[in-house]
Design a protein around this ligand. Structure first.
Ligand SMILES: [Ca+2]
Ligand SMILES: [Ca+2]
Length: 485
């Protein structure tokens, strides 16, 4: 009897020891200009592509919000922005009493799987989750940031000259970039002896602006207009007036100005150069994982928090509900994941949390709103019932199914695109009665709960009513001129 008990105990111990580690890699403002996603024909990301080959690559994955804080909060908490009311760069969700004790992904892994969690660089937005009192992670590594930057901005703009609105070729050493230091920290972490299973989260800041790179990274891309995305002039002529409320002023002025100032190509090239630099940092981390001998027992998940326009629909930047603003890389690799697969079913960043719980063999967290992607990780052709939903400020939702992009704004106006025939979302079909059924099939997925912005919210538009918005303190209706134009 004693021997049986002992061997049972030993078996339990060995089962415990088999719990996979998790290496989570996040990129900031990285759109689909990634080799395996095909969003830009020239994008060079060999290390990310190799990871995609080794695992299951999602080519129709979307963020829950096209902005850092709400997107990252949603992923880490497993809750939609429309549920929490977190739509803007503030507040930090833990300041809301109803979410003070909600278990985030690392907290759940710790509580139910004895995981030790570490974070380096940008996982949550800003300092969120990095204070000791936050109790999010067991170990806090280096913060995120730009690192070395030119003494003077490289680009001066006529609209406020914000320090973040900058890019270009700037001679420096890669090792002086903060993202290089974050990767070095992760490489060291992977060399550590681990007594518990680990959750190592590594967040890179680039290609978020200001995106500076050295000659070596610029040389990967030609200095000609082939680096520019294909755009349709006056593309927004057929989008509802309400869509303009979300993208006013700065973005619009920026593209016009970019062309006038001959900066469009420089921005596109700087962004691509930084994407390849980040790919190389990811390569360093993945090499360290391989060399640690733990690759076979470590799940790797890679994502970006949202997309970024570089001229499409006259916009440079984020904060949109089109694919340029919502489509992101999402890759899983490692134990429990079939390799060499590409999945075109819609997937959400919200799915990362429940998927990891299932891959780690932990009990499901019933509070989560995402769906485990494990059926697709076993067989990419497994159908998924749910589309991907992105929300930008209360009441504005984008719904992405396998073949369609549907958007409904807070005033009820709509857009619909046939992504098979029109992957650039140029022709809005919403007013064509032929598509009534298609629209109906998407409408049923609109979140039922449209929370108003949480107390302490910080966003360009806080109040969205049926016939007007409050934009920077002013009431603006459909007949009013668009501010700043
Ligand atoms: Ca971001
Ligand atoms: Ca159009």
């Amino acid at each position: 009897m004693r021997i049986i008990l002992l061997s049972c105990f030993a078996l339990l111990l060995s089962l415990e020891a088999k719990k996979p580690n998790v290496l989570m890699i996040a990129i900031d403002d990285q759109n689909d200009w990634i080799g395996f996603l095909g969003g830009h024909p020239l994008a060079k990301t060999p290390h990310i592509d190799r990871l995609a080959d080794r695992g299951t690559a999602f080519v129709n994955a979307h963020c829950q919000s096209p902005l850092c804080n709400p997107s990252r909060t949603s992923l880490m908490m497993g809750l939609r922005p429309s549920t929490t009311g977190i739509y803007g760069l503030a507040p930090w969700i833990r300041t809301l009493p109803e979410y003070a004790d909600h278990l985030s992904l690392p907290q759940y892994l710790r509580k139910h799987g004895n995981y030790r969690s570490s974070t380096g660089g940008k996982i949550y937005h800003g300092g969120n989750g990095r204070r000791k009192t936050d109790k999010e992670f067991d170990e806090i590594g280096p913060s995120s940031g730009v690192g070395i930057r030119p003494k003077k901005k490289l680009v001066t703009t006529p609209f406020g000259n914000h320090p973040l609105v900058d890019w270009g070729l700037f001679p420096h050493e890669d090792k002086d970039k903060q993202d290089f230091k974050v990767a070095t920290w992760a490489v060291d972490k992977l060399k550590d002896k681990h007594e518990q299973p680990f959750f190592l989260s590594v967040g890179f800041f680039l290609p978020h602006v200001p995106c500076y790179a050295t000659q070596k990274w610029f040389d990967l891309y030609p200095d000609d207009d082939s680096v520019l995305p294909e755009i349709l002039r006056k593309d927004r002529a057929d989008t509802p007036r309400f869509s303009w409320y979300l993208h006013w002023y700065l973005p619009e002025v920026r593209l016009k100005w970019l062309e006038e100032a001959n900066q469009w190509r420089n921005l596109a090239r700087s962004y691509l150069a930084c994407t390849s630099f980040i790919d190389a940092q990811i390569g360093r981390v993945l090499k360290a994982l391989r060399q640690s001998g733990k690759e076979d027992e470590t799940i790797v998940v890679l994502w970006s928090d949202h997309g970024w326009h570089i001229g499409e629909k006259d916009i440079t930047g984020k904060n949109t509900l089109w694919d340029d603003g919502t489509r992101v890389p999402l890759v899983f690799a490692g134990p429990g994941v079939r390799g060499g697969q590409v999945c075109s079913q819609p997937a959400e960043l919200l799915d990362v949390y429940p998927t990891l719980l299932e891959l780690c063999g932990l009990p499901a967290n019933k509070k989560l709103e995402g769906h485990s992607l494990t059926p697709q990780l076993k067989d990419a052709r497994s159908p998924r019932k749910w589309p991907a939903i992105t929300t930008h400020n209360a009441g504005n939702h984008g719904i992405r199914s396998e073949n369609w992009r549907f958007i409904q704004y807070a005033d009820g106006s709509q857009e619909l695109y046939d992504m098979r025939k029109d992957p650039n979302e140029w022709k809005n079909l919403a007013d064509d009665p032929k598509y009534e059924k298609v629209i109906k099939s998407h409408l049923k997925f609109l979140p039922r709960d449209d929370k108003p912005p949480a107390p302490g919210s910080r966003a360009r538009i806080l109040t969205v009513e049926k016939d007007h918005v409050i934009w920077q303190g002013e009431k603006v209706g459909p007949e009013d001129p668009i501010p700043g134009l």
